[in-house]
Each structure stands twice: as structure tokens, then as C-alpha cells.
Design a protein around this ligand. Structure first.
Ligand code: 13P
Ligand code: SF4
Length: 346
């Protein structure tokens, strides 16, 4: 497991453990603590001057999580974006997340530290191919996992995240044929939970499919009695080994309530920083893949503290979307927020 503070990803280089195994698919060179402190101070001052809010996903590098106003999963971040009064939203996550914030706040400036921070799920589902599939069945009701482009959202009936997908699918119209895009693993998990058949788009998260049954079984043998928490983007063979399958935010809830002192975590390694801060009395072990000691999303790790500073000072890169796409994409996002807002008991 990598520790400490790191700087941009240097592709093609591999960090090694003591026994020569690769630590991660790339290496980030440590940023000195004094530099982190100075940059963080400047970022907080710039944020104040711009009346900006910094939203960060649970997979962001520790130093970004530490300066953020809110750190969470896709659902929590969308909720924060929908309710913020700030004039500028700085979104430290991947591109589709910043797009969602822009769609909910079309008149606000939405910045993201690295415009190229994409997502393999988003890439797997081009809007024209989705439209062609939808044309084959007018009774399709399209549920799009939030990890997709604004153009795909604009073609969808409702958006979901890993935190609300099961409840949203339960609430979908019973007389419609459900089409779930773009993650076939999340989709198959939702089908198992709800018993509702769905046509699944064949996309996946390149990070979570790296966890294998063999590597996770070995981890379980090394930590007998430690519960295993797995993200639903993992393949079924891995989900079947888990004590809990849930979104990154629900991982925090699970760890807070379990009496276990050691917990095994099968998701992107950035999650461990958030877990350690939220549950200081517990030990977390990042699940390995067949080739690495933990899994990192190269897209999430494109954002760095330096790029965060640069985007605040330059007020770019900014998310830009056409009014037409935003208007069409807003409806299914708002439907999701409406359907997943907890209601007081009568
Ligand atoms: P969460 O919404 O569970 O944080 O998942 C986002 C994601 O991109 C997982 O790979
Ligand atoms: Fe996309 Fe996977 Fe990275 Fe999440 S971890 S942003 S699903 S590539």
C-alpha cells in the first residue's frame, strides 16, 4: 500500500514493494509536506475570494480531500452541487461528475482541475450507440448510472448512482422494459437485489474488474474474521465473497457500525484516506488485484493539489455544455434526486 503524499502520476513507471511486487500501476512522486501546507493555504484563500466551494470524490488524493468542503460519493456530491450557494464550484473528481454539477447549476462556473479526467464507463457508452439500441424497443425505460456523459444522460429516463440504484430500480414503472447503462456489473448486482430483469449495456470500470476471485480469496485467508466490503462495480465472483456490497459513502456507514477492528476494502485505494479519517480506531486493508497491491483509478489521480491551485487562479478548465443537452439531462438527474430524497415518516 502506498503511503504519504504524492504528486502527478508518472505513467510507465512502477513503484515496487520490498519483495519486488508492483505497488500500483504508476507512481506519484511525493510532494513535500511544506509545499502541501503552502498550496493548501493559497487554495483556501483563493476559494474564499472567489466564493467557491470545493467538492471532492472519495477517490481523490489525500491532500485534495483535506482541503475540500465536502468529500463523498457520487450521490452525496450531486446533492451538494444541487444545494450550494457558492458562485463557483470546483469539482475534484472525474469529468462526468463535474458535468452533473454544471447541469444542476447552469449559470454557475464549474471548474475541474484536469479536463482529461475521464472514466472507462463513460467511454464505453457513446450516445449515438445508445440511441440506436433504444430505437429497437419503444418500451425501454432507460436507467443511466451517473458514470456516463451528459449526452447519454439526456437520452435517459432516470439517473442512478451506486448508492441509490437498488431503490430507484424498485420504483421504476412495472410495465416498462428496463435498460440499464453503462455498467453491466452494477446492473447485474441490482438485478440480483431487486429480482427485476434488465437489459444491460456491456460496459465496466477498468479498475474494479481488476479485483479477481483468486486475489480476494487469498486476502480473506490472510485476515480470517475481517469483514470484506466490496463496490458493486466489481464482478459477481468477487461480490459473492463480500460481507457488504455498497457505494463508497455507505462503506463509511458500514465501518462505523461494525465491531470489527480490521476491514478489507475492495475499491479504489483513495477510499482508505477517507475511511481512516472517519473511523480512526480501525485498520483498513486495501484489496489487491492479481498484479498490484491496491487499485488506483488513473483518471481520479489526474487531479493534483497543484492543478487545483492552477484552476482556481486561472478560472479554467471550465465545464461547458450546450443549453439543449443541459436541459434534457437535468430532468433525469432531478428525478433521481427527488426519488432518492429521504422522506420523514408520517
Ligand atoms: P461511488 O458513487 O460509490 O463513490 O462510485 C463512484 C465511482 O466512480 C466508482 O468507481
Ligand atoms: Fe470510472 Fe472506474 Fe475510475 Fe470510477 S474508478 S471513475 S468507474 S474508471
Amino acid at each position: 500500500m502506498t503511503t504519504g503524499y504524492f504528486r502527478p502520476y508518472v505513467l510507465g513507471m512502477v513503484a515496487l514493494t520490498e519483495n519486488g511486487a508492483p505497488v500500483a500501476p504508476g507512481v506519484r512522486i511525493p510532494l513535500p509536506p511544506a509545499r502541501i501546507d503552502a498550496l493548501s493555504r493559497d487554495i483556501l484563500e483563493l476559494k474564499r475570494r472567489l466564493n467557491a466551494v470545493i467538492l471532492a470524490h472519495n477517490y481523490q488524493v489525500p491532500e485534495i480531500q483535506d482541503v475540500a468542503d465536502f468529500v463523498g460519493d457520487s450521490l452525496g456530491l450531486a446533492r451538494q452541487a444541487a444545494r450550494t450557494n457558492a458562485e463557483v464550484i470546483v469539482f475534484c473528481g472525474v469529468h462526468f461528475m463535474a458535468e452533473t454539477a454544471k447541469i444542476l447549476n447552469p449559470r454557475k462556473t464549474v471548474l475541474l482541475p484536469d479536463r482529461d479526467a475521464g472514466c472507462s464507463l463513460e467511454e464505453s457508452c457513446p450516445a449515438d450507440q445508445l440511441a440506436a439500441l433504444q430505437a429497437t424497443n419503444p418500451n425501454f425505460y432507460t436507467i443511466a448510472y451517473v458514470n456516463c456523459s451528459a449526452a447519454v444522460k439526456a437520452l435517459s429516463d432516470v439517473i442512478c448512482t451506486s448508492g441509490n440504484a437498488v431503490n430507484l430500480v424498485r420504483a421504476c414503472p412495472a410495465d416498462r422494459d428496463l435498460l440499464f447503462v453503462p455498467d453491466e456489473n452494477l446492473g447485474s448486482w441490482v438485478m440480483e437485489q431487486t429480482g427485476r430483469p434488465m437489459t444491460l449495456w456491456k460496459g465496466n470500470c477498468y479498475v474494479h474488474v481488476e479485483f479477481t476471485h483468486a486475489a480476494i480469496s487469498k486476502l480473506r485467508r490472510a485476515y480470517p474474521g475481517a469483514p470484506l466490503v466490496v463496490h458493486p462495480e466489481c464482478v459477481k465472483a468477487v461480490r459473492l465473497l463480500a460481507d457488504e456490497v455498497c457505494s463508497t459513502e455507505k462503506m463509511i456507514d458500514y465501518c462505523r457500525q461494525t465491531p470489527a477492528k480490521t476491514i478489507l476494502i475492495a475499491t479504489e485505494a483513495g477510499m482508505l484516506h477517507r475511511l481512516k479519517k472517519s473511523c480512526p480506531g480501525q485498520e483498513f486493508v486495501a484489496a489487491p488485484t492479481d498484479t498490484c497491491q491496491c487499485a488506483e483509478c488513473k483518471f481520479m489521480k489526474m487531479n493534483t493539489l497543484e492543478k487545483l491551485y492552477d484552476c482556481l487562479i486561472n478560472r479554467r478548465p471550465q465545464v461547458e455544455l450546450s443549453e439543449e443537452i443541459m436541459a434534457k439531462a437535468r430532468l433525469p438527474i432531478e428525478r433521481m434526486l427527488e426519488m432518492s430524497t429521504p422522506r420523514p415518516q408520517p
